[in-house]
Design a protein around this ligand. Structure first.
Ligand SMILES: [Zn+2]
Length: 335
């Protein structure tokens, strides 16, 4: 006996489930149709199909609803439900009733955490070069347990996502700083490897879940307050309510007036300037750094001695949109 019939019907009903995805074999995740999951966050999905012996069950970790697949289908689509009953029980609904006496104890369904093989920076002693590197960059202590050290980038990447770094290269057989991207459920869906030395590329971002946008900081963001969007994950650690978009265009589905884009201070970088224009086109707020700021990003400003309050002050005084943003940008760019 297998869950073949159950899987077939999960597949059938999946198009009606929001953010549906297969997490691994016999484990599916999507937004809970009973409670709607979270009204505030479109990202939250806490409903799961999971397997117990030969049958699939449903559990929501938000509202706590737990039921067998038959009852779940009955709620979502009555026709699919009727087909299911015929196929699974050959019309024998007595048997179906018995299966509903299942004990739905919450289970944690986290995939084996890819970070288990790595060392947290906060666990390294103060003299360890990786820890010293972050101290030198003045990264706030409180974040050191969210950053990791990988001793051999090539080996580790090929283990957690085979096929990404196929070409053996001495530049890859080295340690890197691992910056994990967590989703709102605290699951890692991507990570960035930052070189400690001169290896190129300096940053490599690898997605484990191709359906997700490369956004760093989702687990600590409040989308109801003003969100600051910077380029680099490490820069975002210095600002409250801040995300890093890791160089990609992002769609947060929040009102433009609630988001402020902060690009690196690189007026000669054509790519950045083009993205700033695009941002203004979409009616977003952007920061145009004043001329007396010479450092090229927030972390450099911190390293050069500016304190967080000073940086926040510069940011708040230099937010522009629409025509004023265009004027400022035209004067600022050097390319
Ligand atoms: Zn629910």
């Amino acid at each position: 006996m297998t869950s073949f019939v159950d899987l077939k019907f999960i597949n059938k009903v999946s198009s009606q489930l929001e953010r549906f995805k297969e997490k691994k074999k016999y484990l599916f995740n999507f937004r809970c149709p009973y409670c709607g999951d979270s009204k505030k966050s479109k990202w939250k999905s806490r409903g799961y199909f999971y397997r117990v012996k030969v049958d699939m069950f449903y559990k929501c970790f938000n509202c706590g609803v737990g039921t067998n697949l038959a009852n779940f289908l009955k709620k979502i689509d009555h026709n699919i439900y009727k087909e299911y009953v015929v196929e699974k029980f050959q019309g024998n609904t007595k048997q179906l009733k018995n299966t509903s006496k299942f004990d739905f104890r919450p289970t944690k369904f986290v995939d084996k955490n890819i970070l288990d093989d790595l060392k947290k920076i906060s666990d390294l002693n103060n003299n360890h070069p990786a820890r010293r590197y972050l101290t030198k960059r003045k990264i706030p202590e409180g974040f050191l347990d969210k950053l990791y050290l990988c001793d051999n980038w090539q080996k580790w990447v090929n283990k957690v996502k085979p096929g990404v770094l196929n070409v053996q290269h001495p530049n890859n057989e080295v340690p890197r700083l691992i910056i994990p991207f967590f989703d709102t459920n605290d699951d890692v869906f991507a990570f960035q490897g930052r070189a400690f030395g001169k290896e190129l590329p300096k940053y490599m971002t690898i997605k484990l879940d191709e359906n997700k946008q490369k956004i760093f900081g989702l687990e600590r963001i409040n989308l109801h307050e003003k969100v600051y969007i910077v380029e680099g994950p490490l820069d975002s650690l210095f600002l409250p309510n801040s995300l890093a978009a890791a160089g990609s265009d992002l769609d947060l589905r929040i009102r433009p007036e609630n988001q402020v884009y902060i690009f690196d201070n690189e007026p000669r970088n054509k790519e950045i300037v083009a993205r700033m224009y695009k941002c203004i086109d979409s009616n977003n707020n952007i920061v145009v750094w004043p001329n007396d700021v010479k450092e090229k990003d927030i972390n450099e400003m911190v390293i050069s001695g500016k304190n967080i309050a000073q940086i926040r002050d510069i940011i708040s005084k230099n937010i522009y949109n629409k025509l004023s943003a265009l004027t400022k940008l035209n004067n600022w760019k050097r390319c």
